[in-house]
Design a binder for this molecule. Structure first.
Ligand code: GDP
Length: 418
């Protein structure tokens, strides 16, 4: 069976070598279209530069501009193991927004750090975003090792610094790989310039990652996208975010608390009705009785319910120049639900440099903070640490996504109050 595609993001401080690494990955795995290397050579020559791998990205972009490929953000390459797609190219305008909204949904990430400079502010900010997004499979590449003569002590110092930082976020990199993206060392081919390094090459590490597990063994969360009434039936449609459900199961709908039994399941791409469905599948279900259910409600089993809350604490990344302020109201989106929420408190603004925090009244662009949100309507929600799909969301102001968050604490509302 062919291995399924792995979705990766490549993050790191500007100029630390993300584009160069991408150029190398494409070239060294034989994934570049014919003529690209010549085009890059010509681009480099015209600008009076030595061969510049980072121009591979520009060359691919130029091709897109001529309308040859439709997809503008995804870059594909292949190893003997499996196909890969790099979602979100560095420098892409929507990069942070995609990260924060989870549009990226990467299986794994490479964090690129310049061996000479070490982890700078942007490296830390991106690491924080990986944490916020719940990307658990992370490898660090310590790039430009040629500039420090493949010095082991320098590598160790950078590796320790970034491991310590990531560790505080609960992220444990699977490998910290010394490379030279420019020279192609330790990307596809192992170099003997760093014999002291016994770990994997970039490609070996990528091949060792696994597509992110959908989670059929976790509690069921089936957020409703819509309710269709094709004839005299009502079909509740959505995507199962975790767990599984079967015909005959009794479901409860949060936050209303209404119960009903599943009498039929139709799954996308299945011509016949199915008896069960699991996380990752888009389905439609019919119920044994008419209950009030609408977009945003979450179906679950009786023994493992989401929390119902009017107040919660979230860890937030703020995206826009207009700051988040205490007292202001935003639209909160978790799974398919939308609620109006007011910022009650900024408990802490977190310094991404050293992860220390101070209380504040506002959160500015690219800042991370812990914030208490209050809603008039009951919100069905989970802790991100338990169930990331229903424990993560975004804030919207007007039509703009202004921040992304993880739910870190929930003040449960007694069900009788709903
Ligand atoms: P990005 O902003 O992270 O995408 O960085 P680029 O890939 O554009 O690289 C920034 C600069 O660093 C370019 O001039 C590259 O040629 C250079 N560079 C990238 N990787 C290496 C490397 O391994 N060694 C050296 N010496 N220079 C590199």
């Amino acid at each position: 069976m062919p291995h399924s595609q792995l979705r990766i993001v490549i993050v790191g401080h500007v100029d630390h070598g993300k584009s160069t690494l991408i150029g190398r990955l494409l070239n060294d795995t034989g994934s570049l279209p014919d003529g690209k290397v010549e085009q890059v050579r010509e681009m480099s020559r015209k600008r009076g530069m030595p061969f510049e791998w980072a121009f591979v990205m520009d060359a691919l972009q130029a091709e897109r501009d001529q309308g040859i490929t439709i997809d503008t953000t995804q870059i594909h390459f292949k190893t003997a193991q499996r196909p890969y797609v790099i979602i979100d190219a560095p420098g892409h305008a929507e990069f942070l927004k995609n990260m924060v909204t989870g549009a990226s949904q990467a299986d794994a990430a490479l964090l690129v750090i310049d061996a000479g400079e070490g982890a700078l502010e942007q490296s830390r900010r991106h690491a924080f975003l990986l944490h916020l997004l719940g990307v658990r499979q992370v490898a660090v590449v310590v790039n430009k090792m040629d500039r420090v003569d493949f010095d082991e002590a320098r590598y160790e110092a950078v590796a320790k610094e970034i491991r310590d930082y990531l560790g505080e976020l609960g992220l444990y990199p699977k490998a910290v790989i010394p490379i030279s993206a420019r020279g192609g060392e330790n990307i596809v081919t192992r170099t003997d310039k760093a014999r002291w390094y016994l770990g994997p090459t970039v490609i070996e590490q990528l091949d060792a990652f696994r597509p992110q597990q959908t989670s059929p063994d976790q509690p069921l969360r089936f957020p409703l996208q819509d309710v269709y009434k094709p004839d005299d039936r009502r079909i509740l449609v959505g995507r199962i975010e975790s767990g599984r459900l079967r015909v005959g199961d009794v479901l409860r709908f949060a936050p209303t608390g209404a119960d009903a039994r599943v009498v039929g399941i139709e799954a996308w791409n299945h011509p016949q009705p199915v008896l069960s469905a699991h996380a990752g599948q888009s389905i439609g279900i019919t119920l044994d009785k008419r209950i009030f259910a609408e977009r945003g409600h979450i179906a679950h089993h009786l023994d493992a319910a989401p929390r119902i809350a009017h107040r919660m604490a979230v860890r937030l990344f703020w995206l826009v120049s207009e700051p988040l302020v205490v007292g202001k109201t935003y639209t909160l989106k978790i799974a398919t639900a939308e609620h109006r929420v007011t910022v009650e408190q900024v408990t802490a603004v977190i310094d991404v440099e050293d992860l220390t925090s101070t209380p504040g009244k506002a959160v500015h662009r690219n800042e991370v903070a812990e914030v208490v949100l209050r809603s008039r309507t009951p919100i069905a929600v989970d802790l991100a640490a338990d169930l990331p799909r229903t424990g993560r969301g975004v804030l919207i102001d007007g039509n703009d996504v202004v921040g992304g968050f993880l739910v870190v604490q929930i003040e449960e509302t007694a069900t009788a109050n709903i």
